[in-house]
Design a protein around this ligand. Structure first.
Ligand code: SDX
Length: 443
């Protein structure tokens, strides 16, 4: 079994010429900061001090990490200006066209495509770990009928840590292997159980005779038939959507998994932090918000007025904009083509017309163009999920199933990276200086 690539610690800079000379106007001193892979080390700023012997040295200040690399990674490459996304060097378009989610999950973690024996063993292992402990069923039954499925999924994945205490041996590769297999295998089962709970339907147990995606669809949709037959259009659409959502370098939820994982907690607990971050409407929760926005617009004739409202500061055009992509999100292009195929089967509906009109107007309006706001992966995915009869609040759960592969690959890369240690950022203190305590109340 090939070891995941350990991120090599850079020993030399990009050459002696690659450095910046920083002159401190407070002291007149000039400091040479080496440049490695297009970055300076924030720690090098500490040597820039005033004459005051108590001066701790300079910090870098970067709220929301707009221009700060938290790690070195070889998993996913994004070029936001060119709209490029590659997993381990393979263009997302080619993987979406020809790969499977489990092949991509292997690739993300191992760095290379699996050979047939590796792939068959991986599929076997995932297939035979899809069941969850019966206590998980009782745990899920404890939620209200209208609980949000992301809250249920987050709690359930965190609860899995209580079933597998040996998963805390995170530096034992065999324990990491089985934990990663358990999460890839059981998250779809738990997600489907959440769906059935919301519908008031009995849970459907895994069918090990089906593919990863078809088994998930069976656990979601099977009723009294002996074996569920997935619509091949929906099955392929979901496979592609899982591939597209599998990883995306250091996004908010992956950063959460890396930060929590850096305390050396088990992977179940680290991943539940990622699910929590993904739940947010600015991140994975956006696909749910896109549908709610479209429902609020109600008719294509209301689109111009809605756009004017956004431009006037009344809310955001959900599914548009991205921290990294300042051009079209390459995943959105693929999802839009997928939507066309799905809607040929289910028929073009009013909501797709609204989405297409939103995009048409936004892409020609200077407010959005000047801010480089283009459709992101979430803009069209909700329309496909809705056409597959998934409820709006379930869309982000589907995102989480796919991102499990990326979160765990990034988690392991962080653990094996010799430069990494517990994440503990600094701050620029803006509070009071020392002052004497004088109580004003009676305790
Ligand atoms: C995902 O990081 C990832 O990789 C995430 C992700 C992944 O795969 O993991 O790609 C998945 O989360 C996709 C993004 C889904 N979120 C949404 O669709 C929500 C709507 N989008 C925005 O909230 C926003 O675009 C973000 C959060 C995605 C990015 O925000 P940034 O980079 O912090 O940009 P910003 O908020 O500073 O916006 C810059 C300007 C602002 O206007 P001004 O203050 O300069 O006048 O653009 C405006 C913003 O108000 N703006 C929008 C807008 N997004 C930004 N205006 C209207 N509609 C929007 N959607």
């Amino acid at each position: 079994m090939t070891k995941p690539s350990i991120v090599d610690v850079p020993t030399a800079t990009d050459g002696p010429a690659n450095a910046i000379d920083v002159t401190d106007s407070r002291t007149g001193q000039t400091h040479k900061l080496p440049i490695t892979d297009g970055a300076i080390r924030a720690a090098d700023l500490k040597k820039i001090k005033t004459a005051d012997e108590d001066d701790p040295g300079l910090l870098s200040y970067d709220p929301a990490f707009l221009n700060t690399a938290s790690c070195r990674s070889s998993i996913t490459f994004i070029d936001g200006d060119k709209g490029i996304l590659r997993y381990r060097g393979y263009p997302i378009e080619q993987l979406a066209e020809s790969s499977s989610f489990l092949e991509v999950a292997w690739l993300l973690r191992k760095g290379e495509l699996p050979n047939q024996q590796e792939y068959d063993q991986f599929v076997h292992d995932i297939t035979y770990h899809t069941y969850v402990h019966e206590n998980m069923r009782k745990f899920l039954e404890g939620f209200r009928y209208d609980a949000h499925p992301m809250a249920m999924l987050n709690s359930s994945v965190a609860a899995l840590a209580s079933f597998y205490p040996r998963s805390r041996n995170i530096f034992d590769e065999r324990e990491r292997d089985i934990s990663i297999i358990r999460l890839l295998a059981k998250v779809p089962t738990i997600a489907a159980f959440c769906y059935r709970h919301l519908k008031g339907l009995p849970f459907v147990y895994p069918d090990n005779g089906l593919s990863y995606v078809d088994n998930f669809l069976s656990m979601v949709a099977r009723m009294t038939e002996p074996r569920y037959e997935a619509n091949p259009i929906f099955s392929r659409a979901l496979e592609v959507l899982f591939i597209l959502h599998a990883d995306h370098e250091q996004n908010c939820s992956t950063s959460a998994v890396r930060a929590v994982g850096s305390s050396h907690v088990d992977p179940f607990s680290a991943m539940s932090a990622g699910i929590a971050a993904l739940f947010g409407p600015l991140h994975g929760g956006a696909n749910e918000q896109v549908l709610r926005m479209i429902e609020e617009i109600g008719h294509v004739k209301n689109v111009p007025q809605f756009i004017e409202g956004v431009k006037g500061g009344k809310g955001k055009l959900m599914g548009f904009g991205h921290r990294v992509y300042k051009s079209y999100d390459p995943r959105a292009t693929i999802v839009k083509e997928l939507a066309d195929e799905v809607f040929k089967v289910v028929g073009v509906d009013r909501d797709l017309e609204i989405a297409l009109e939103l995009e048409r107007i936004a892409l020609s309006d200077d407010y959005f163009k000047s801010r480089k706001l283009y459709p992101n992966v979430d803009f069209y995915t909700g329309l496909i999920y809705r056409s597959m009869a998934f409820p709006t609040e379930f869309f982000t759960v589907l995102f989480a199933i796919a991102r499990t592969a990326g979160w765990l690959s990034q988690w392991e890369e962080m653990l094996l990276d010799k430069e990494q240690k517990i994440a503990r950022p600094r701050q620029v203190y803006t509070g009071y200086d020392e002052r004497a305590y004088r109580r004003q109340i009676k305790l």
